[in-house]
Design a protein around this ligand. Structure first.
Ligand SMILES: [Zn+2]
Length: 406
């Protein structure tokens, strides 16, 4: 990390310490001379920083180097049992949690069904209680907790962590961060689920060279933008609302109050609803067989399964969803000019054919498509991706704000 010319001596010392710590996280176990070379500091400066990190219990000796001749240098490593941090995915029906140690390795995960999200304070109190239990259990063997990052499908006001609106939960204007923070003995951060998901998807490649549009195609539809290694929040935290771009003015009413939003015609919920409506009108479809005649059980997965089996009604619904998603992606790509589009969420796990249909529909509407270097792919499917992203956003924020205990 290069120095900012306006930094004072204390800030320079802190930056040096963070650079040494990062070198140990990324490249450890490593000896003092190698650290000095990597971070471009003198060996005496590195020795002072290392002594301080030893004193704080953040690092430990990992033995002596076995190469070369003469006195063998001591190898240093981060002590993974010194501290940990937590990510929590607050879903409509399930909460999922993960914990990472100081070097970012996962040390625990758990999930649990939640009840109705009302009253809001009671629901948040429950999430807080379960998080606290998860943290306390881990503290017995894994040191101090650095912080807890929470993610939920909502518009979140940056800074305050207030839920502006969460249509899937039926919430408006909820001081989520304040209510969570009251019972949790570490810094709390609240983020939108799709943003957390995007951070997790791009974590290993956030080298600053990419502009990534990450789209979450699930029960609802959202998007997040990561450019130059940084998550784009927007002015008021209301970025990435791709699901509420109108793609069919005569389309069905959306939860947001508009008609024909992408989410109202192509989300998992919309796909299931369309199938339900058609079957209720006595159309013959393989979906009737898959749901055992109970239309209330129809979900998007059933429609995709039936489409793969050649069911005409399902093929039509899936093709229509792909066309609308592709069209909406073209809006975002025409504006942002990303080099990567990553499609995440349950709908994106429906095979290459669906992805190709989306890609084709997107390209139909792209301007200068031959001049773009654009890669569209499916994200990594993992039910803990959002929780992992929430943990990573928390750690990144502590890092940027210089709030790590080093
Ligand atoms: Zn909408």
């Amino acid at each position: 990390m290069p120095y900012d010319k306006k930094l004072n001596q204390t800030q320079i010392a802190q930056t040096n310490k963070y650079n040494v710590f990062r070198c140990l996280v990324r490249e450890g176990p490593i000896n003092r001379a190698a650290i000095a070379k990597r971070v471009d500091l003198s060996i005496p400066t590195v020795m002072v920083i290392v002594d301080d990190l030893f004193e704080k219990g953040m690092i430990k000796s990992a033995g002596k180097s076995e190469t070369g001749v003469g006195k063998q240098p001591e190898i240093l490593a981060i002590d993974p049992r010194r501290c940990f941090y937590v990510g929590v995915d607050i879903g409509r029906s399930t909460i999922r949690m993960v914990a990472n140690n100081a070097i970012g390795a996962e040390i625990a995960s758990m999930k649990e069904p939640t009840g109705d999200p009302f009253p809001e304070k009671q629901f948040i109190g429950y999430v807080q209680k379960r998080t606290l239990q998860f943290i306390r259990k881990l503290m017995k063997k894994n040191g101090d907790v650095l912080g807890a990052g929470f993610a939920m499908p909502a518009l979140i006001e940056p800074g305050t962590g207030r839920v502006i609106t969460a249509p899937d939960f039926g919430w408006r204007d909820i001081p989520l961060k304040d209510w969570l923070q009251k019972g949790i003995p570490c810094p709390v951060l609240v983020k939108n689920s799709t943003q957390a998901l995007a951070v997790n998807e791009t974590h290993s490649t956030r080298d600053g060279d990419h502009t990534t549009l990450c789209v979450n195609l699930g029960y609802g539809i959202g998007a997040a933008i990561i450019s130059g290694g940084t998550l784009y929040d927007g002015t008021g935290g209301i970025s990435g609302e791709l699901g509420h771009c109108v793609v069919d003015r005569d389309g069905p009413l959306c939860k947001c109050g508009n008609s024909g939003c992408l989410e109202a015609v192509a989300s998992g919920e919309a796909i299931a609803r369309q199938a339900r409506m058609i079957i209720l009108h006595h159309a013959r479809s393989k979906i009737t067989e898959l749901c055992g005649g109970d239309t209330s059980l129809i979900d998007a997965k059933m429609v995709f399964d039936a489409a793969r089996a050649g069911d005409g009604i399902s093929v039509k619904i899936v093709n229509s969803a792909a066309r609308y998603i592709g069209m909406a992606l073209s809006f975002a790509v025409n504006i942002l000019d990303p080099d990567r589009v990553i499609l995440c969420g349950g709908l994106a796990q429906n095979g290459n054919e669906f992805l190709e249909k989306i890609k084709s529909a997107m390209e139909d509407h792209l301007v200068s498509r031959e001049n773009r270097n654009l890669n569209l792919s499916a994200g990594v499917f993992d039910e803990y991706s959002t929780a992992k992203g929430a943990a990573q956003v928390l750690f990144d924020t502590l890092w940027v704000n210089r709030e790590l205990p080093i």
